[in-house]
Design a protein. Structure first.
Lengths: 329, 280
């Protein structure tokens, strides 16, 4: 109880302080308690601190906890046997016979999903750039998957790719593309493919919305100038469109890669990692292991590794893409 | 090719492209809906897959309502998602404004901090939070879930809100201040009205993020009275054979609220993301 109440008290005091400060400022145009210079220096912090403190406490404290857990024998099923066990969790993790295939799956899953979403999302955004009748309605439908829950999307695809009663097999049979039904979810390799397909379906709208917004904020006179200079469509795309939307593209790619890498609800719903771990990725592996045996130490160890991998990836990605305006998307 | 022919050529290409995208999105949804209205024998019929229900039935929905107190689930989901979205919107306006309008020490560090929070695997927060909430007596309550959804969605919303503010020309605010408006007065009377689409967008982001979350829900919540919709539906799969008809009916009902909300709001989302840039 104690920790949480402490958090709440700190939060309430901070927000109260900010509220009073603001009221103070609205009342007197030139308050005399502090000199204006000091005030204007403090001002930005007043806006940001509520968010920052909240996030720092609520991410920081659990994260430190997790970090400690990673080096402990921490099983919820044996609460009296929690003790430091050094690198035990990490050794256990890497001596798992399936770990290599899980790492491989993770890479395939992330790269294929991000690439698919990005290419399709970008294409859709370009196609939607110019106004046409019914564009609003069209967007409302095509962007829908973005508002859907991964859980229901997972169910939808699990049912569509059902080996016996699934609509996908039926369609493929009717079009003569296959001769007999395929057990999509029961075949190693194919089950991961279904997950990737569902992931792409789910993520296209995010890229399309972000890219479309970026495209629409390019001032039209730039294109007009290019037209006068006799630029072709392809040249316009590479020398105007792309540079303009580059920050958006970089940031959405980065965020999306991180999110997809960490997400596992689709996998849990569609295949649950099966058959025999052939569609398991690192986070879903972590989830099933952690909650099958309540071995939180092991889950925390894997979580720490995932985070480090993502941090290294982000730094490299931002370096390569020459992105120096952090957060500007 | 003459420029006229070229135009027609592009037009047809674009039309085809847009049609393909439409089918790509609509077909799986259609399949979900159609299955929800079929009878059980028609759903599990390996001989013949029907593309429209032969016998149209509401029995799947009836069965769902018999198994769950659906209105309770809906209410729980609404309470959690609504309060999350309201709190996030307020906090994001403040945070986003601060990040967009000022240069101050530690700003870059803060932005990087927001980025880092996105890299943290959910489980690393969920597990310790589970322990904390248990100690605090908030496990198995909607409040515990609210806390998690709040922090999970806040960083992205603040950063998004920041980018909305950046796109509104500062000159507008300056003008208001010259006319004697205070900082807060400017924020309330000038900035927020212009920002309306952006604010709606952030609200929708936060609401949908909380509405659709499953994993933390299943971990934090046990009692059926406070299940959210995805947590309730999850109990339909696993134990016995999957009852696809009921499951798809549940899926339709789970998607309906956010789908309707999004259909109306998507204009604001795109508008919010582009706002201001036009007039700069």
């Amino acid at each position: 109880m104690g920790t949480l109440i402490l958090y709440l008290i700190v939060l309430i005091i901070t927000s109260l302080g900010i509220f009073l400060w603001m009221r103070d400022r609205t009342k007197h145009h030139r308050p005399r308690i502090l000199t204006n210079k000091v005030k204007s220096k403090l001002e930005p912090y007043l806006y940001i601190l509520p968010v920052f403190i909240l996030l720092l406490l609520m991410f920081g404290y659990p994260l430190i906890n997790s970090f400690v857990m990673a080096f402990e024998n921490y099983k919820l099923s044996a609460p009296n046997d929690i003790r430091f066990n050094g690198l035990g969790n990490f050794i256990k993790l890497f001596s798992d016979s399936d770990i290599l295939i899980v790492i491989e799956n993770s890479l395939i899953y992330v790269i294929a999903s991000v690439a698919g979403q990005f290419i399709l999302g970008m294409t859709l955004a370009l196609a939607l750039k110019k106004k046409f009748r019914g564009r609003g309605l069209y967007q409302s439908i095509v962007f829908l998957p973005w508002a859907f829950s991964a859980f229901v999307i997972g169910l939808m695809f699990r049912w569509s790719f059902n080996g016996e009663y699934g609509v996908v097999n039926d369609l493929l049979l009717k079009f003569g593309l296959i001769r007999e039904r395929i057990a999509w979810l029961g075949t190693p390799g194919l089950s991961l493919l279904v997950v990737i397909f569902a992931m792409i379906w789910m993520g296209v709208p995010f890229f399309a919305i972000m890219d479309l917004a970026a495209l629409q904020s390019i001032p039209s006179d730039v294109y007009e100038a290019a037209d006068i200079d006799g630029c072709g469509t392809i040249k316009k795309f590479f020398s105007i469109t792309l540079p303009y939307i580059k920050p958006t593209v970089i940031m959405t790619l980065l965020l999306r890669t991180i999110w997809i890498f960490n997400s596992f609800d689709l996998i849990v719903v569609i295949t649950n990692g099966g058959p025999a771990n052939t569609s398991q990725t690192l986070p879903s592996f972590m989830y099933t292991r952690a909650f099958a045996s309540y071995d939180f130490g092991l889950a925390a160890a894997l979580g720490i590794i995932l985070m480090l991998v993502l941090a290294v990836y982000s730094v490299i990605f931002l370096r390569i893409t020459n992105y120096n305006k952090a957060g500007d998307f | 090719m003459s420029s006229h022919a070229k135009k027609i050529f592009y037009g047809i290409g674009r039309f085809l492209l847009l049609t393909i995208f439409l089918l790509f999105v609509v077909l799986p949804i259609y399949w979900l809906i159609v299955t929800a209205f079929k009878t059980a024998p028609e759903i599990i019929n390996a001989q013949e897959v029907t593309y429209f229900p032969k016998t149209f039935t509401l029995s799947n929905f009836n069965e769902l309502f018999k198994m769950y107190n659906y209105w309770q689930l809906l209410k729980n989901s609404l309470i959690v998602s609504g309060s999350t979205a309201i709190c996030i919107t307020l906090l994001s306006i403040l945070g986003g404004y601060g990040l967009a309008r000022y240069n101050f020490r530690g700003k870059d560090t803060m932005v990087i901090f927001f980025l880092i929070t996105q890299m943290i695997p959910g489980i690393l927060v969920i597990i310790p939070l589970y322990v904390i909430l248990t100690q605090a007596g908030f496990i198995d309550t909607l409040f515990g879930l609210f806390i998690f959804y709040l922090i999970a969605n806040l960083p992205f919303c603040v950063i998004t809100m920041r980018s909305f503010f950046v796109r509104i020309p500062y000159s507008l605010e300056e003008a208001a201040q010259v006319d004697g408006c205070t900082k807060i007065g400017t924020l309330l009377k000038i900035v927020i009205p212009i920002m309306f689409p952006g604010i709606v967008a952030v609200f929708v982001f936060a609401f949908i993020g909380a509405w659709n979350e499953l994993i933390a829900g299943t971990i934090f919540i046990n009692s059926p009275e406070i299940w959210t919709i995805p947590v309730g539906l999850k109990t339909l799969i696993g134990k016995y054979d999957v009852n696809w008809g009921v499951l798809m009916a549940g899926g339709v009902l789970a998607l309906l609220p956010t789908a309707v909300m999004f259909a109306f709001m998507q204009k604001f989302v795109v508008e919010g993301l582009t706002a201001g840039a036009v007039k700069e």
